[in-house]
Design a protein around this ligand. Structure first.
Ligand code: 13P
Length: 252
């Protein structure tokens, strides 16, 4: 046993209005009330964070944002600060999702600032890394993941690493229905843990939770969770249904 508590996180991406979010939470909470050995995180869009946080008060469900700016405040039109998230009780933030890297030009230097600012503000980062189809086919997966980890985690130490979450999300598996096999996910996450051990030491690397993300569904979660280095999942499409997400929380 690794001693690492499993985490199931649902990334809503740009889905659900505030009223839809409210209905979802009302449906989800009773379905996951007895799932007490798993950490559950839901990641709604900014517009429903406050509402979802209020509605999950007193439950075991944590609420995360999908992005944040690294500056405490300022003239950054369209951005949201860590202080704004903290004031409404947000505990976690997804950083460096491949969609943000691809469509919004987020780079590892920005992410290093975001990771350390979030840790400093007491908000736990969920740092996403992952390779493209071409990178995997041309044997450059390790190189890509290594540079994302070195870059995104450049400003933290081993103690801080242990308190955050890393998500391995191969780009070729996101929204494609093409889930990584449990063997590929395990092998790659074990490589990530090994890279973190070199960077931060064995103890920190053994403590950090590393999730798999990419076409996770009720039908494939249980086999993924049997792998020793996979500590949970970051779920996209399938988390939009409260019943599917609850099934995933219970590992299918
Ligand atoms: P899908 O589960 O829809 O493939 O998305 C995964 C993801 O990007 C979660 O952050």
């Amino acid at each position: 046993m690794s001693g690492r508590i499993p985490v199931i996180a649902g990334n809503w991406k740009m889905f659900k209005t505030n009223s839809e979010a409210g209905a979802y939470v009302a449906e989800l909470l009773p379905l996951v009330a007895d799932a007490d050995s798993v950490e559950i995180i839901i990641c709604p869009p900014f517009t429903s964070l406050a509402e979802v946080r209020r509605e999950t008060e007193g439950s075991r469900v944590r609420v995360a944002a999908q992005n944040v700016h690294f500056e405490p405040e300022g003239a950054f039109t369209g951005e949201i600060s860590l202080g704004m998230l903290r004031e409404i009780g947000i505990s976690d933030v997804i950083l460096g999702h491949s969609e943000r890297r691809q469509y919004f030009c987020e780079n590892d230097a920005d992410l290093a600032r975001k990771v350390s600012a979030a840790l400093g503000a007491g908000i736990r980062p969920i740092l996403c890394v992952g390779e493209s189809d071409q990178e995997r086919e041309s044997g450059r997966t390790g190189e890509k993941l290594g540079s994302q980890l070195r870059g995104g985690l450049a400003s933290i130490d081993g103690g801080q690493l242990a308190g955050m979450i890393v998500a391995y999300e191969p780009i070729w598996a996101i929204g494609t229905g093409k889930t990584a096999t449990p063997q590929i996910a395990q092998e790659t996450i074990s490589f990530i843990r090994g890279t973190l051990a070199q960077q931060f030491g064995a103890e920190a690397a053994a403590s950090v939770r590393i999730l798999y993300g990419g076409s996770v569904k009720p039908g494939n979660i249980s086999e993924l969770m049997t792998e020793p280095d996979i500590d949970g999942a970051l779920v996209g499409g399938a988390c939009l249904s409260a019943t599917d997400f609850a099934q995933i929380v219970k590992f299918g």
